[in-house]
Design a protein around this ligand. Sequence first.
Ligand SMILES: [Zn+2]
Length: 403
Amino acid sequence: MRLPVFSSKFTANAVLVVLINLSTIHARTATSEADEAQITDPVEECTAYYYAPVTDALDGFPTIWQPASILSNDTEALNTWSNISQSVPTNIYPHGDIYGDWNDTSYNVAEDPDCWWTKSLCTIPKLSTLPADVASIPEPETMGYGFDDGPNCSHNAFYNYLLEQNQKATMFFIGSNVLDWPYEAMRAIDEGHEICAHTWSHHYMTGFSSEDAFAELYYTIKLVLGITPTCWRPPFGDIDDRIRAIAEGLGLQTIIWQYDSFDWEEQSGNITAAQVFTNYDNFIARAENGTFSTEGSIMLTHELNNFTMQTALTYYPKLKDAFKYLVPVGVALNKTQPYVETNYSLPTFDQYISGTTTTTASSSSNTTSSSTTSKSSSDGLALVRTMDYTLFALTFGILMLAA
Ligand SMILES: [Zn+2]
């Protein structure tokens, strides 16, 4: 996505939500993931609720929906950054600002010295120490199925449908959204979707200083519900070799895309719903004409609003018909350990297409206790619900240092 207005509007709305969230008055009480999943009224779904483990942990995180920086008293984050920063190039400077304003930059697009995707669609870094971005899928006739910007507050109909279809996807979650909608994030993990990071505040990453770009990834990793992702997607695709080096330092594989549905832009009014449908149709036509006969593909789609999710549901049967397989990106890559924590696994591609779409049993527990529990729990999802978030932070700090 490359629409600055999206970022600013979205942030403003989200800040309002957070303010509601953090006030002492809460419009409703959410008691469990299961109860939350039963809500079918999108207005009710999108009403902020109080969740003690999040509220109690807020002091340990940057302000939700604001551009992140390392907290001055966070010695673990500072130490981690100190280690990683040694591998981050200092001769690549921030591009424009974090709102995608590049008017004051004079970047040489033809030479593209920084492999700046936003300008050149470059996915093979100029720095030889960095791995290439994942932009396509090695499995032929396969779509890497995924959605950006969740968890969305009105996603139950969408997740219900995916559950009915036994379809898993890669969910690129925004850290601030996870804190706003923790039960919605839990549901995604519980139902076997793959979780990747999509930054803390959803701004243009190449506009950040290196230290702040690190914070945008670091704090998102730390809070994502008991699991530490090993993949991420830059908002708007805005990445260059400096940002890649920071992500690499945090053990994050960069996932980009080949085609854009532009579903995210419909709400801005810049394009119509019909144009989004045409983009889907064109992608499907390519699948049908053999474009992906030797290598699968990824299209950018969103868990952003009711339109993007409804469109995904409308087109799901058509995508299923056009492609041989629809699988999470990590499954297509045979990445059976998707998180730093080893108590959670993804099926291999062969397992998935044979019908084993999850390899980690989901928990039937729905406790909302914020007390701590043993890290040796066999179920990372139970851990999610019972482990104090402050302990999460400590745990993840240690894990990241070890990674
Ligand atoms: Zn996004």
